[in-house]
Design a protein around this ligand. Structure first.
Ligand code: AHG
Ligand code: MN
Ligand code: MN
Ligand code: MN
Length: 335
């Protein structure tokens, strides 16, 4: 009978992970447990962001981090929530966070087989204005026999087991992808307290006339970067130029680009020859999501972002990522 129109067969993140796990005979359930801890940290961070203005969590913490950013109070709280979640999962051997100078090793977690990199709050300069921010994560599996070393995280994105992000916007949106897999999007249902599969198998549009870049830096851009963005402001074949959209939270700009198409960039420039965004917990996880959704991601030398090997945990890179055809156009300006 088709009397009720509500969906009674809801796919929660828990159900999704359980069903994924069942497809892999060798799976132990460890990854599922790690993801449970991850999703709890997203719910907790989302909660504090939404309450920030009411409970005096706006403003600066008074410290700066390893890459020179001023830490906001919520950067610190997000970081602490994430660390606690990873530690208590029992499955995380080591953690790299934007807000921690050094790698955190959970040496007492016997049998922990994952190395995690995170940006607890991405876009934190936007926090006090109530603009969307997010959390970015990348997960590597330790090689057989390793108990967790720096080398286990200083790897190219192509070796990531899983990656994704949660955007805290009008609702909290979780996007996750596994090596060689689909990109799937979940929406936090605050009444259920569950992430619900709302965007299965996300595929990026091949093309879309939207560019997203901090054009205030154009004074310092390389000529090829200038020429490329200048070209987008000219009449295209339909007579119209591209639209500009720049939020200033990578997660929010990336999420829009994933859904609508277009290109997002934070190029390296003469002032910041290594770019601004950090490889392990910003560039590589996003590049994996974009590639698995049918897009592309490259560094400022137009090399595949997922092939970039960081030398240190907070290393930065220029990045361009977007719809497949938009990225082909970009590359044609660098030949
Ligand atoms: P974070 O808040 O984690 O330090 O990251 C900030 C990043 C990223 O979210 C965004 O794309 C970029 O910085 C914005 O930088 P500008 O303000 O220089 O445009
Ligand atoms: Mn920061
Ligand atoms: Mn960030
Ligand atoms: Mn951050």
């Amino acid at each position: 009978a088709e009397s009720a129109s509500v969906n009674t067969d809801i796919v929660t993140l828990t159900r999704f992970l359980t069903e994924e796990q069942a497809k892999h005979k060798e799976a132990t359930g460890d990854f599922t447990l790690l993801c449970h801890a991850l999703q709890f940290s997203f719910k907790a961070i989302s909660y504090y962001i939404r309450r920030a203005t009411l409970v005096n969590l706006t403003g600066l913490a008074g410290q700066s981090n390893a890459t020179g950013d001023d830490q906001k109070k919520l950067d610190v709280i997000g970081n602490d929530l994430f660390i606690a979640a990873m530690k208590s999962s029992g499955k995380c051997a080591l953690l790299v966070s934007e807000e921690e100078e050094e790698i955190i090793y959970f040496k007492d977690q016997k049998g922990a087989r994952y190395a995690v990199a995170c940006d607890p709050i991405d876009g934190s300069s936007n926090l006090d204005a109530g603009v969307s921010v997010g959390t970015i994560f990348g997960i590597h599996k330790l090689p057989e026999g390793s108990t967790g070393t720096k080398a286990d995280i200083l790897k190219p994105g192509s070796e990531l087991l899983a990656a994704g992000f949660t955007m805290y916007g009008a609702s909290a949106q979780l996007v996750i992808t596994m090596k060689g897999g689909t990109v799937d999007g979940f929406t936090l249902d605050n009444s259920f307290g569950e992430f619900i599969l709302t965007h299965p198998n996300m595929r990026m549009p091949k093309t879309r006339a939207i560019y997203s870049v901090n054009e205030g830096n154009s004074l310092f851009w390389e000529d090829s970067t200038k020429k490329y963005f200048e070209s987008l402001k000219q009449a295209q074949s339909n007579g119209k130029p591209y639209s500009a959209r720049y939020i200033g939270s990578m997660v929010a700009d990336a999420y829009r680009t994933l859904l609508y198409g277009g290109i997002f960039a934070y190029p390296a420039d003469k002032q910041n020859p290594k770019g601004k965004l950090r490889i392990l917990y910003e560039c590589a996880p996003m590049a994996m999501v974009f590639e698995n959704a049918g897009g592309q991601a490259v560094n400022s030398k137009m090399a595949r972002m997922l092939d970039v090997v960081p030398e240190d945990i907070h290393d930065k890179s220029g990045i361009f990522m977007g719809s497949y055809d938009e990225m082909e156009k970009l590359k044609s300006f660098h030949k």
